[in-house]
Design a binder for this molecule. Structure first.
Ligand SMILES: [Zn+2]
Length: 438
């Protein structure tokens, strides 16, 4: 470690040396952590972090006497915010830290974190005595009492970046979320945690602001579908709270399926919204145009489907085949032949420009015992007679690799034991052969 101990604070040079050593050991730990040794290396790192913090105090025992945090005023503000929702803060519950960098915090997506692992606790303790060690606090503030400060970082401590202090709305939403975990005694991102958070925002700022927070500024509809509406306790309570704060059309668009799953009944529409949705559908339908030779369409697959008559893109017809077509290739889509004139991407989706070259593809539909076979141009698909003609087209889609054929046949036979393997096998094999030849 560092040179002889003294009764004065360490010099800036000594601190720099400490920082260099700690960073170097952190880097090698990270390198070791890659691979099968990851867990052990993580534990080693936590151990070595603890040792470095202990060394720091062995070396600089006189570094005491200040406040046990970085910002007394900010700490008292955030503790006040906790108690506003009935969450009585203790000294280890919440700490405002100096900067975004170094502690894995950013002013954008992640300005606060709850320390839930020993590894994280050790990391924050270490950074508190290195990056923010003696002489490094801001604006000529006195050094903290590092011994006491380090003791405040523990499992469950909420760490807030100072940059968040100027954004009251976001600060409160963030803290009240963490209070939700604490008040309800739930570690996971379950419905009730978000009920605590969002209802506190509604009570403090009003319904509209709570909606802004819940669907735009703090969270998104997709986030709720993935977490709070997917995990009990509190799925139903969160659903009803979202219904209360969201405009009806937003709730209908974003959460109708969740409503029907959770409540076990259809979501009823007000007359106004029902009329509006009917009108919107009419407008969308009016935008659909029959395709002729020479028609050029541009868009992602769903956008292309919205531009042609609905029946042209029903089921398997609404797919571009072959998948992975290149510029200049001929493909089938909407029961027609097209040449690919442009390929790009938008938000991770393929963006096509297609020009129609042939509108009338000969279609044949024949029944072979229990199986329907449909041929449209070069594309062939199969469906089971019992469940409607095209119910297992999706299996056929997976058959580019002949190794999956047997697995698919086994799956279909399991679902439809009355089918004969003799009937099924040649159909499947033909499809595979055709696909491989293409
Ligand atoms: Zn959470």
């Amino acid at each position: 470690m560092l040179g002889p101990t003294g009764t004065t604070n360490p010099t800036p040079e000594e601190i720099m040396e400490l920082v260099r050593q700690v960073r170097a050991s952190g880097d090698s730990s990270r390198a070791r952590a890659i691979g099968a040794e990851a867990n052990k290396a993580g534990a080693d790192r936590a151990e070595s972090d603890k040792k470095e913090v202990a060394d720091f105090f062995d070396t600089y025992q006189n570094n005491t006497g200040g406040y046990a945090g970085f910002f007394p005023d900010h700490d008292s503000t955030v503790m006040g915010i906790m108690s506003e929702v009935g969450c009585q803060p203790g000294p280890t519950d919440i700490i405002v830290v100096p900067a975004d960098v170094g502690m894995g915090l950013s002013s954008g997506a992640n300005p606060a974190v709850a320390l839930m692992t020993e590894d994280k606790v050790a990391l924050f303790r270490k950074i508190a005595v290195t990056n923010y060690g003696p002489g490094k606090v801001e604006d000529g503030e006195p050094n903290p009492d590092y011994q006491a400060l380090v003791a405040r970082f523990t499992i469950g401590t909420i760490v807030i970046a100072k940059s968040l202090m100027s954004q009251e709305f976001k600060l409160k939403g963030t803290i009240w979320h963490e209070c939700g975990h604490k008040l309800r005694g739930i570690k996971e991102e379950a419905g009730l945690v978000f009920v605590s958070e969002i209802s506190a925002m509604r009570d403090a700022f009003g319904k509209e602001a709570a909606y802004e927070w819940a669907l735009k500024l703090g969270r998104t509809a997709d986030y709720h579908r993935t977490y709070g509406l997917a995990k009990d306790p509190g799925r139903k309570e969160l659903l009803l709270l979202l219904q209360e704060i969201c405009p009806e059309h937003v709730f209908y668009d974003e959460f109708r399926k969740q409503y029907e799953d959770i409540m076990g009944e259809p979501l009823k529409l007000s007359d106004d919204l029902g009329q509006r949705l009917r009108k919107e559908k009419e407008e969308r339908d009016a935008a659909r145009r029959p395709v002729e030779v020479g028609t050029v369409l541009t868009g992602t697959l769903p956008e292309l489907c919205a531009q042609v008559p609905e029946q042209d893109v029903a089921g398997a017809l609404g797919v571009i085949r072959p998948a992975g077509a290149k510029l200049g290739d001929t493909v089938t889509f909407a029961g027609k032949k097209w040449v690919v004139r442009g390929l790009g991407s938008r938000a991770g989706k393929t963006l096509y420009t297609l020009e129609c070259t042939v509108t009338e593809l000969p279609t044949t539909v024949v029944k072979k015992e229990e199986v329907w076979e449909k041929t449209v141009g070069p594309a062939k698909s199969y469906g089971l007679a019992e469940a409607g003609p095209w119910s297992y087209t999706r299996y056929i889609d997976a058959m580019n690799d002949s190794r999956v054929v047997e697995a698919v046949i086994a799956k279909v036979l399991e679902m439809y034991p009355q089918m004969s393997r003799e009937t099924l096998y040649p159909l499947v094999r033909d499809e595979v052969t055709r696909t491989v030849k293409q």
